[in-house]
Design a protein around this ligand. Sequence first.
Ligand SMILES: Cc1ncc(COP(=O)(O)O)c(C=O)c1O
Length: 418
Amino acid sequence: MKKNKKAYHFETQLIHAENNPAKNRKATTLPIYQSTAFKYESSKNISQVFNGEAAGDLYSRISNPSLSILERKLTVLEDGLGALLTGSGMAAITAAVLTLAKSGHQLVASNSLFGGTYSFFNKTIREFGVETTFVDPSSASNFLGAITNQTKAIFIETIGNPKMDVPDIAAIAQIAAKFNLPLIVDSTVTTPQLVRPKVLGANLVIHSISKFINGHGNCLGGVVVDCGNFDWSGKRFVHFKDYSQRYGRLAFLAKMRREVFRDFGPCLAPHSAFLMDIGLETLALRMNKHCANAQALAEFLAKQPKVKAVNYPGLTDNKFHALAAKQFNNCFGAVLTFRLKNQAQCFKLIDKLELAYNLANIGDAKTLVIHPASTICIEFTTAERKNMGVTDDLVRVSVGIEHQADIIDDFNQALEAI
Ligand SMILES: Cc1ncc(COP(=O)(O)O)c(C=O)c1O
């Protein structure tokens, strides 16, 4: 008897979930439907699809068969109801927020976020009339005081990038549920390999799939997954009424596709879906190696006299260690930060590194390094940088999957040279 595909283990699902050669002219890799629009046999039929009465692809800004395959696979991996792919992680965050909130609404977000996300909440979306109240996510109760009648969502990251703090997702989810609010979790740095946020009570999961899911730094993408555990017909979502009546549990996804995708166009390109799917197949292997290498580098750096502090939840003396171990299945991700004497020392060290690339990305097979204060966080005030844990003496590393000894040797020689 054929095994029920849902019963396969995670590693198998990464490769086989929704991969159906029989339906794709026997092709074993994700087919690229490089077509802007899709032809219909009758005016009646195309009209039905436009009107949501029949399923089908119309125009690739709204949906595309290549993307649908990957959307279904990511839905399986997050045990969700459905997913929508976007052209970048920022587009996923933007699309989710534009679906949930309009002018006059409010959001509550962690103050320890990726810089682009922080700017989006703090400036860009505020200019469209959506206010965000930022809270320190290290204690779930901090979220309580920030919730108002106009709040439409709570937003957190699984591990703050680059602060490396770990919120108690289950405790925050309980608060969100008490106030009938969806909890949005950006799980970019943990991926579905380390945590399935739905299990902890999250309602929407976001990934920048440009990072570990792609794994090779060769294209941008994002995804929003609806976990299927939030009632969109509740009082806080009266602006969803039409969608709830018509699409029921699919209200959020339908609103996002039919309004935000149609009107803002944040879609992913079909060829990018192909590259993402290739990356996804090896996620489990890569994440295990990423995490093991990051752990080894963190332990090495922690012993170096020139290193003032190392922020990595995998270190046993890290204040988030126990929570992270429980939440992330004893893996701690591949991003870490450490502090040297001052900015000049950070610059010197980065310039001395031979293997690690100095660039603004994370989640590549290659080890990547950057000085956040002078680059990705340069626009923020000193107070904002402080909240984000970004000091002038901080270096961020996204640890790659090269041989562990080569990575450590590289940092060792660079530390010796400063
Ligand atoms: C945690 C997190 N979320 C979102 C993003 C944005 O993703 P993208 O660069 O794909 O737009 C990033 C980018 O670094 C990130 O680190």
